[in-house]
Ligand binder design. Structure first.
Ligand code: 13P
Length: 266
């Protein structure tokens, strides 16, 4: 098991990867790691996450209050968003927030990543809804994200960026990488006529593989409320199935999303 210093070093390494892959600009992005129910490590606010050393990392309690921070460092301005994820998802040990170019492009266009276009994305992510816009650093973002937490392990933040969370820092980071790769593929196929989607049967086979692999986290393969109700699952609900929207709304949103995507792809 890693000690606290080793975790801080890993946070610096992940910061370098996030920065080097262009998933953040300047001082953007933040991430955190749960040590126990009342101690969490987080990146400091207002620094480039690509050039951190272990003494930059701050420690907060479950409410986001500072437990330890070296002189000149304060916890991320988005700490409330991180703490909401830990509060509502006890299985989560790490949260990663970034502004990857393609994923953020979709978040700004208001298009959720719901099209089943490749096996890895279907297995690893399912689909990625959009949490409605909130002012950074306020409770508006945690409240918007909260709607999706019980159904998804990654969300787009409307007009802002992306959020991924998992049982370890590396897994949460990988989720962010997969999300961005999926968004980039979707964008690129839209430039050459639009993607060919996997059909329902192909998606269901991939869901079955995920179930057999026993992958942790929330995913439409086992949790889509629409699928449970015998309705079309997440991949065709336009990313709205975690809200209380009635299915008629979900289907309408799905068909509008599909039409918009078709038009963009032409
Ligand atoms: P912090 O530097 O305060 O973590 O903020 C960066 C960011 O990306 C806010 O969305």
């Amino acid at each position: 098991m890693q000690n606290e210093y080793e975790i801080k070093k890993e946070m610096c390494e992940i910061g370098r990867r996030v920065y080097d892959r262009g998933m953040v600009a300047a001082n953007d992005g933040n991430f955190s790691v749960k040590l126990n129910d009342n101690e969490f490590l987080c990146t400091p606010t207002g620094v480039s996450k690509g050039f951190m050393t272990p003494e930059y990392i701050c420690k907060v309690d479950a409410e986001g209050n500072v437990l330890q921070a070296n002189k000149g460092f304060r916890p991320s301005s988005e700490i409330k968003m991180h703490m909401r994820v830990y509060k509502e998802r006890p299985d989560v040990n790490s949260v990663v927030h970034a502004h990857p170019l393609y994923a953020t492009t979709f978040a700004i266009a208001g298009i959720p990543l719901t099209q089943p276009i490749m096996p890895e994305a279907v297995i690893a992510l399912g689909c990625v809804p959009i949490a409605k816009y909130g002012t950074p650093s306020t409770y508006e973002i945690p409240d918007a994200v909260s709607e999706h937490l019980q159904y998804f392990d990654a969300v787009l933040l409307e007009n802002h960026g992306a959020l991924a969370y998992s049982d370890s820092l590396l897994a949460a980071y990988h989720k962010m990488e997969s999300l961005e790769f999926y968004a980039q593929l979707l964008w690129q196929t839209m430039q050459i006529g639009g993607p060919q989607e996997l059909n329902k049967e192909q998606v269901e086979k991939l869901y079955e593989i995920r179930r057999q692999m026993g992958l942790k986290g929330k995913h439409p393969a086992n949790l889509c409320p629409n699928a449970k109700a015998g309705k079309p699952s997440c991949h065709s609900c336009g990313g709205s199935c975690s809200s209380a929207a009635p299915t008629a709304d979900a289907e309408l949103i799905a068909s509008i999303t599909k039409k918009v995507m078709e038009q963009l792809g032409k």
